[in-house]
Design a protein around this ligand. Structure first.
Ligand code: NAP
Length: 249
């Protein structure tokens, strides 16, 4: 497909920014969504435009339905089409046991990691599905190896939110498989991004390197390559798959 239009949620840094860069290098026009840090998102968009790509930064908190609707309406207005969605935006929280967690914490975790991805996927399906007059597309959800590991003593709420994403991926994939939409997930292992600092442990990625068979955390670009492959026509017969990219973990 010529110059697909791809929305990457949380595209302003980390895995999302690496995905935006790789997609742009492969000819995608990219929408870089972010929640709070407009300057970071604009920096990525500017960098891609300077390299001759088409990129736009758009703010929306994906856990707020009205903001998701506004985001997709803006894409409709500017481009009138959507070919790919990377449901990448996600959060962790500080280390805690379940018996220490407030409901507010768990609600926020699920509101962003699960409901936000659900809302964006719903809006994407409404535009891409042949059932709705669209011309198909691909959705990649960013899960985590935590969905398999459970993250006991760290953040079971986060792990459970990512397990929900895995099942959402499978179910939605089967629901829209004959409507031209493929839905897959990537499950990164520990990756060098700012997310660990936001959980109060900036050194976490390297501190846990010894538990990873490859003895190192992943780089955002390494996760981006798996995402870009699942978005591409090279993965034309792959749907409902959950791909581990975790250095063997
Ligand atoms: P990151 O560096 O913390 O970046 C998070 C991105 O998400 C930022 O662009 C942030 O934008 C955006 N975001 C956060 N809340 C949002 C919201 N409510 N609405 C819209 N955007 C929001 O994270 P990352 O490490 O690259 O992680 C990306 C994905 O990979 C997440 O789903 C994460 O769970 C998953 N993952 C990461 C690792 C890892 O070790 N890094 C491992 C497994 C899975 P603002 O800065 O503007 O808020």
């Amino acid at each position: 497909m010529k110059q697909p239009l791809t929305l990457i949620t949380g595209g302003s840094r980390g895995i999302g920014a690496a995905t935006a860069r790789l997609c742009a290098a492969r000819g995608h026009r990219v929408v870089i969504n972010y929640a709070r840090d407009a300057a970071a998102a604009e920096r990525v968009a500017c960098e891609l435009r300077e390299q001759g790509g088409q990129a736009l930064a758009l703010q929306a908190d994906i856990s707020v339905e009205a903001e998701v609707l506004r985001l997709f309406e803006e894409i409709d207005r500017q481009w009138g089409r959507l070919d790919g969605l990377v449901n990448n935006a996600g959060i962790v929280d500080t280390r805690a046991r379940v018996d220490e967690m407030s409901l507010a914490r768990v609600e926020r975790m699920f509101a962003i990691n699960v409901f936000g991805s659900f809302l964006c996927a719903r809006e994407a399906v409404r535009r891409m599905s042949r059932r709705h007059g669209g011309s198909g597309g691909a959705i990649v959800n960013v899960s985590s190896v935590a969905a398999r590991a459970g993250s006991a003593g760290q953040y079971v709420d986060y792990a459970a939110s990512k397990a929900a994403i895995d099942t959402f991926t499978l179910g939605l994939a089967r629901e829209v498989a004959d409507e031209g939409i493929r839905v897959n997930a990537v499950r990164p292992g520990i990756t060098e991004t700012d997310i660990h600092a936001s959980g109060g442990e900036p050194e976490r990625a390297w501190a846990l390197a010894g538990q990873i068979p490859m003895q190192r955390p992943g780089r955002p670009e390494e996760i981006a390559h798996a995402i870009a492959w699942l978005l591409s026509d090279e993965a034309s017969y792959t749907t409902g798959a959950v791909l581990d990219v975790g250095g063997g973990r």
